[in-house]
Design a protein around this ligand. Structure first.
Ligand code: ATP
Ligand code: MG
Length: 400
């Protein structure tokens, strides 16, 4: 797989070295490169302190300076440059707030979670692998750097990260590591929901999610996480990669749950998407005519509906009712979408004011209902979206 991103970032390493410090690529990018998987972002680890990095580069952003991370902006791209560090005492089984900087690469690699994530690579693609990360990559094994009991005791998020890598990479979790996961699972309770959600989003989209979802259930992981702990998680099976929003919509649908999403601390946009999918899943089985389908496509958007069609086997597996494939399929949705006369109410060639001019009635909730009716007439191609036609329809159909 490509070395382009490393080549682009090489001048950063060179510049740091030119000032007398060490710098390496590290973490996911090196792991994915060695596995021939696509690389999405590059992390750099260095012996230079954050202050030193700031003085070496013109454009920097101190995104996590107290933890040693500075963003270096180079030719329009952001690179996370983190100082070699070791971590002091861990409080409450989560990432320590106190870190101290060290000047030795090996010490930095030692504090990393799994051996596959603890490999460094220099600007000439030379590998520094003190913990047999490459062997673990070959054997496709997830195992902690050092004793799993200690590493999970320090930071319980690593348990979830391990399962996340199982899902993304289709690797096996080593026996010892899994045992320690089981032993420390209750410490998940100490973690912030934000950190958990970051990992769950990656896990649920992994190619091996079917197995990893079962791993989470076996670990009783969900019992320790807000929102999920109030649901009967064992009632759901996830046997194919899906988006986080779809997953939550499915959970809501199966559980018929009104558990508020707010405890997940996700964005309003994400919440809206989940609720939209949820409504869509509830409405979909009721569709049996073409006109209903036209309105459905108009209301929910073709792309959301196509997302649902992609996971019909998963929905069936979870006993969620779906519409008949005879009318509800890729082709029909695309065709209807293509022929939709309007995209939203704004595109209607009539508005509340126009209606009030021809109907001698005071404004009120009836107006909204009439607009919805008009929308429905237009979307189902019964009335054309011309002002004259629409006014005519209003005069003939709105009772005074
Ligand atoms: P991705 O490809 O999803 O970015 P990644 O392995 O790069 O995966 P990040 O969350 O970006 O994961 O973290 C970068 C690196 O930092 C990891 O590869 C690992 O070496 C280290 N790391 C991250 N989180 C932890 C943690 N909780 N404990 C120990 N080391 C960690
Ligand atoms: Mg990364």
């Amino acid at each position: 797989m490509g070395t382009k991103l490393f080549t682009q970032a090489k001048p950063i390493l060179e510049k740091i070295e030119h000032h007398g410090f060490e710098a390496y690529f590290v973490g996911g990018s090196v792991r994915d490169y060695l596995m021939d998987r696509p690389i999405h972002d590059i992390d750099i680890t260095t012996s230079a302190t954050p202050d030193e990095i700031e003085s070496i580069f013109d454009k920097t952003i101190p995104i996590g300076k107290e933890h040693g991370t500075i963003n270096v902006v180079y030719e329009g791209t952001n690179y996370e440059v983190t100082t070699f560090r070791a971590e002091s005492d861990y409080v409450d089984h989560r990432r320590p707030n106190e870190v101290y900087f060290v000047r030795d690469l090996k010490e930095d690699l030692q504090r990393r979670d799994f051996t596959i994530n603890a490999i460094a690579m220099d600007k000439d693609f030379k590998i520094y692998d003190y913990f047999d990360g490459q062997t673990a990559l070959q054997q496709q094994i997830i195992t902690t750097v050092g004793t799993p009991h200690e590493r999970f005791d320090e930071d319980a998020l690593r348990i979830l990260r391990g399962v996340r890598f199982q899902s993304q990479l289709n690797f096996t979790i080593s026996h010892h590591t899994f045992e320690a996961m089981q032993h420390h699972i209750a410490d998940i309770e100490f973690l912030s929901i934000e950190r958990i959600v970051v990992e769950l989003k990656k896990l649920i989209q992994g190619q091996n999610v079917s197995e990893s979802y079962t791993t989470l259930l076996t670990l009783n992981f969900f019992n320790y996480v807000p929102f999920f702990k109030d649901l009967d998680m064992k009632a759901t099976r996830i046997n194919a990669p899906i988006s986080f929003e779809l997953w939550l919509a499915i959970l809501k649908t199966i559980e018929q749950s009104d558990t508020p999403l707010s405890s997940l601390k996700i964005s309003n946009k994400e919440k809206a998407k989940i609720n939209q999918y949820h409504k869509l899943l509830l409405e979909m089985p009721k569709i049996s005519t073409k006109n209903q389908l036209q309105l459905f496509v108009y209301d929910y958007g073709a792309s959301n509906i196509l997302d649902i069609i992609d996971i019909i086997p998963l929905l069936k597996e979870n006993n969620i009712k779906v519409a008949s494939p005879l009318i509800f399929n890729y082709q029909s949705i695309k065709e209807i979408n293509h022929q939709l006369p309007i995209e939203s109410r704004k595109a209607l060639n009539i508005n509340g004011g126009d209606i009030l001019k021809v109907v001698p009635k005071k404004s009120g909730p009836w107006l909204k209902e009439v607009l919805r009716q008009i929308e429905s007439e237009v979307v189902t191609h019964k009335v054309s979206n011309s002002k004259d036609e629409l006014l005519k329809w209003v005069k003939e159909n709105v009772k005074i």
